[in-house]
Ligand binder design. Structure first.
Ligand code: IYR
Length: 232
């Protein structure tokens, strides 16, 4: 939809074309692929200890492009992915995040939240922000600015960016990389460090790389299908 001045973020006016990318599969093949994808995703674990070995930049870029295929409100694609490899910037981010996290663990977090986190073993120390080779800061664009400076509203921004990040995480996993979804709170400091404008809200920080040889993960289980799905 164009704004009053005819500027349309995210694409052309409605101009349909035939659906040419859809592939209809035989039922056996459908199940084979569904199970294969599920079993691959079941092998994904959130990792907190990373090797400093750098993954190929083209792999990261392709994964970001995979995430950016996400369905999203009015096709505004309200996201920015900031890829950080610079050691100095990672260090500044670690310091800023640990400052907020120290406050969170000491004062802001209510006791029941700390109890829920105890099983995961997290604390205010975030060495992975410096050790991992790549950080991807994802920003959600609450609104856009038209070339003439007028504000253009975006829609379902959290849903859209959440789906994109989910697809990005799946793409990283399929590519043989591990990730940690990190949410320092608050994280407005990322705008300043990364020079992002005020219409962009930090959504989360993905820590990406190869797991360290010493990496350990908590023993956790996923809920069963019976616990999460209902049928009517
Ligand atoms: N942001 C904090 C706390 C934290 C919160 C949840 I919910 C987690 O699943 C893990 C951590 C931190 O990163 O330590």
């Amino acid at each position: 939809m164009a704004d009053a001045k005819g500027w349309a973020p995210g694409g052309d006016p409605y101009r349909p074309e035939p659906l040419s990318t859809y592939e209809r599969l035989a039922e056996r093949e459908m199940l084979r692929r569904a199970v294969r994808f599920r079993d691959s995703l079941r092998r994904r674990r959130t990792v907190r200890e990373f090797s400093d070995e750098a993954p190929p930049p083209e792999v990261i870029d392709a994964c970001i492009q995979a995430g950016a295929t996400a369905p999203n409100g009015a096709n505004r694609q309200p996201w920015t992915f900031v890829v950080i490899r610079d050691q100095k910037i990672k260090e500044v981010i670690r310091r800023a995040a640990e400052k907020e996290e120290a406050e969170f663990y000491a004062n802001r977090a209510p006791p029941e939240w700390l109890a829920a986190l105890a099983a995961l073993g997290t604390d205010e120390h975030k060495p992975f922000l410096e050790e991992a080779p790549v950080l991807i800061a994802i920003f959600a664009q609450s609104y856009e600015l038209a070339p003439d400076g007028t504000k253009i509203k975006n829609y379902y921004v959290s849903e859209s960016v959440g789906i994109a990040v989910g697809m990005l995480i799946a793409a990283l996993h399929e590519s043989g990389l591990a990730a940690l979804t990190h949410t320092p709170s608050p994280m407005r400091f990322l705008n300043e460090i990364l020079g992002r404008p005020s219409n962009e809200r930090p959504f989360l920080l993905l820590v990406v790389g190869y797991p360290a040889a010493r990496a350990e993960v908590p023993r956790i289980t996923k809920k069963s299908l019976e616990e999460i799905a209902v049928y009517r």
